[in-house]
Design a binder for this molecule. Structure first.
Ligand SMILES: *Cc1c(COP(=O)(O)O)cnc(C)c1O
Length: 393
């Protein structure tokens, strides 16, 4: 898309598909599986890539294009491709570039299904892997092998909210000719634009903050044009494309991304500060808390601290469950990045596939709780957490 001097909020609203002959203000929903040609010659030209144009909605569609053009503008990336889900974006970025004999270097605390792909599926294709602590820059450097083809990172990390040094990791990739890939789902482009730190590809689960209202599953890969073209070829042929309807919802959702992120972050910071003073809480993780070991790096890379807060109740799994069962306002659900606040017990849900030793190595204790702080009034959220904390004593 053409570069303009507009600011983030304006790009989020005004990056739009061309108006049709009906002069609609909001982009229409194009529920069509294929597109017609004006002539046999035009069909041939579009098919052979000599003329731009939609062919078939597995390849492109006005709604998916609008969504991806908007995300490219916000991430300040050349090109992108919409995917059926966040997992489709992750899988596509791996399988497009990794071949037999290659090695992938990834951070440990990543989304559980990404770990599954790296540990269980990639080895079947002859791809080896190494996991490192996301905040251990020396380990990132030392574990690069001659056959390392791709580096994969999530920052802030899930669920422990550690921070990766994005500029240094992208720099290592550049020197060693490694493709750098980041899942930017927790931060969103409003808080952090990884391309500015040198990342080649930026992935999203649009299911989370980009929609932000818990309605649709979707994903995206944005980044360098030559790499995106290869991802596009994979998606176009294997079919993990985004539905036009979900793209239409997402393109509308993103119009309010900046407003929502401001409120998510201010609620989360206030809740994290308050939680730090509660005797029932052993420790609190939030990237913008003064007590976070990487607060300076977080403030350098991110505009605000994000919507997730993690607490360690310093008790056993029972106290974790008791806390969750006592919450009245927070939802118990396996999601995040929603207007509704959500509480999760990683040890027994999202990270339950890891054995206890691996969980503890990552900092996931039995009393560890991940809070996705929503857009409700902060006083109501505090009151809910306060009454639940009292019940675990
Ligand atoms: C949810 C999530 C994913 C997976 O996205 P889906 O849209 O559910 O496939 C990937 N990464 C992170 C950080 C997530 O939170």
């Amino acid at each position: 898309m053409e570069k303009t001097s507009h600011n983030f909020e304006t790009l989020a609203i005004r990056t739009q598909a061309d108006q049709s002959q009906f002069r609609e203000h909001t982009t229409a929903l194009y529920l069509t599986s294929s597109f017609t040609f004006n002539s046999a010659e035009q069909g041939a030209a579009i098919f052979q890539g000599q003329e731009d144009g939609n062919l078939y909605s597995r390849f492109s569609n006005p709604n998916t294009s609008e969504f991806i053009n908007k995300l490219c503008a916000l991430e300040d990336c050349e090109e992108g491709i919409a995917t059926a889900s966040g997992m489709a974006a992750i899988y596509t970025s791996f399988v497009t570039f990794l071949s037999q004999g290659d090695h992938i270097l990834a951070s440990k605390d990543i989304f559980g299904n990404a770990t599954y792909i790296i540990e269980k599926l990639l080895p079947r294709m002859g791809v080896s892997y190494t996991f490192v602590d996301v905040d251990d820059l020396q380990a990132w450097e030392e574990e690069i092998k001659p056959n390392t083809r791709l580096i994969y990172v999530e920052s802030p990390s899930n669920p422990t909210l550690k921070i990766a040094d994005l500029a240094s990791i992208a720099g290592l990739c550049k020197v060693n000719k490694i493709i750098s890939v980041i899942d930017n789902c927790f931060a969103t482009p409003y808080l952090q634009q990884p391309a500015h730190f040198g990342f080649d590809l930026v992935l999203h689960s649009a299911t989370k903050y980009l929609d932000g209202q818990g309605r649709v599953i979707g994903g995206a890969i944005v980044g360098k044009g030559d790499l995106i073209k290869q991802c596009y070829d994979f998606i176009r042929r294997t079919g993990a494309c985004l539905s036009p309807f979900n793209a239409w919802v997402l393109a509308k959702s993103i119009e309010t991304l900046s407003l929502r992120m401001e409120r998510h972050c201010s609620n989360a910071l206030q809740l994290a500060e308050w939680l730090s003073q509660q005797s029932e809480v052993g420790s609190v993780s939030y990237p913008f808390l003064d007590a976070h070991p990487q607060v300076e790096l977080a403030r350098k890379q991110m505009k605000l601290g994000g919507g997730l807060v993690a607490i360690d109740l310093a008790g056993d799994a029972e106290s974790g469950h008791k806390f969750l069962n006592s919450l009245q306002l927070f939802s118990l659900t396996a999601n995040l990045g929603d207007s509704r606040s959500i509480a999760t017990h990683p040890a027994s849900t999202t990270h339950s596939k890891l054995d206890t030793a691996s969980q503890l190595a990552m900092g996931i204790t039995p009393g560890y709780i991940r809070l996705s702080v929503g857009l409700e009034h902060i006083d109501d959220l505090k009151n809910d957490v306060e009454q639940a904390l009292k019940k675990i004593k």
